[in-house]
Design a protein around this ligand. Structure first.
Ligand SMILES: Nc1ncnc2c1ncn2[C@@H]1O[C@H](COP(=O)(O)OP(=O)(O)OP(=O)(O)O)[C@@H](O)[C@H]1O
Ligand SMILES: [Mg+2]
Length: 250
């Protein structure tokens, strides 16, 4: 098994929270070799997973640009090996962090590096989770082109639904992006999701799961505790476990 799962959606919809809880549950299965990728330049996943990011993909890129010696060294190696060297080890998983490029300039080249990293590294893992940047951009740039499962996270707001819609439009337009499985996760569910259910029907999408508003998450956030350490019986964790079961991963 080698499954790549991308977690996308509106800013603040719960992508990082979902990635961290999925990582927590999958990491409990010692038979699963797990890689978690923070593809968001804002770099939040390491905190949610409770480990430190020491070397990011953006830093590797910066080194290639600025340091001739490092450039020569990196050139001699496969880019995959360079990425491997920047992996962090957590409790039952590895982590790769894209990071934020220094100075002005665009993220394209980091996204390119990241794309190679995802393609190359993920083959060595049973499951690769990719916590994406908010909005449709990384889907658009085909950073997550070859994923097997695409999860769109939304809250129950109209804005969440609109962003989900824009992501799905990008996929519809681009035939090279065809995840085998695609579905929606409704986060901060409080019993009312009429708006979304109507849209889901229109899109012909699956609902992978509903994650309730969870006071445990709020408390962990407030005290700076990693989401990865949430108790197994927290309502959000229970909901994500159900979702993973539905996806055949748990
Ligand atoms: N089910 C939930 N119950 C309570 N709080 C939640 C829940 N889901 C997310 N949150 C909180 O909402 C905030 C946004 O969540 P998160 O950081 O996971 O979103 P995101 O989509 O990764 O955001 P960004 O686009 O900034 O990366 C966080 O403070 C998180 O702890
Ligand atoms: Mg995030």
């Amino acid at each position: 098994m080698s499954k790549k799962i991308a977690i996308t959606g509106k800013g603040g919809s719960g992508k990082t929270m979902l990635t961290a809880i999925m990582a927590k549950l999958l990491a409990q299965n010692k038979d699963i070799k797990l890689l978690a990728i923070d593809a968001d330049s804002a770099v939040n996943l390491p905190y949610a997973l409770g480990i430190e990011a020491k070397r990011t993909v953006a830093e590797i890129r910066q080194q290639i640009i600025e340091d001739p010696e490092a450039r020569a060294e990196i050139k001699d190696k496969n880019i995959r090996i360079v990425m491997e060297e920047s992996l962090e080890t957590g409790d039952g998983f590895h982590m790769l962090v894209m990071g934020r490029p220094e100075g002005p300039g665009c993220y394209c080249s980091v996204n390119d590096l990241l794309k190679y990293g995802i393609e190359g590294l993920s083959q060595q893992y049973d499951v690769t989770l990719i916590d994406c940047e908010a909005g449709p951009e990384q889907v658009n740039r085909r950073v997550v082109k070859s994923v097997d499962v695409l999860i769109v996270v939304t809250d129950t707001s109209i804005r969440g639904v609109r962003v989900a819609d824009s992501i799905l439009r990008v996929i519809q337009r681009d035939e090279s992006i065809r995840p085998a499985v695609m579905g929606l996760v409704i986060n901060r569910f409080k019993g009312d999701d009429e708006l979304i259910v109507a849209s889901v029907k229109k899109w012909g999408l699956d609902i992978f799961g509903r994650i309730p508003e969870d006071q445990n998450i709020t408390d962990y956030d407030a005290s700076g505790k990693p989401i990865f350490n949430l108790p197994d019986n927290a309502p959000s964790v229970v909901a994500v476990a159900e979702m993973l079961t539905k996806l055949g991963l748990y």
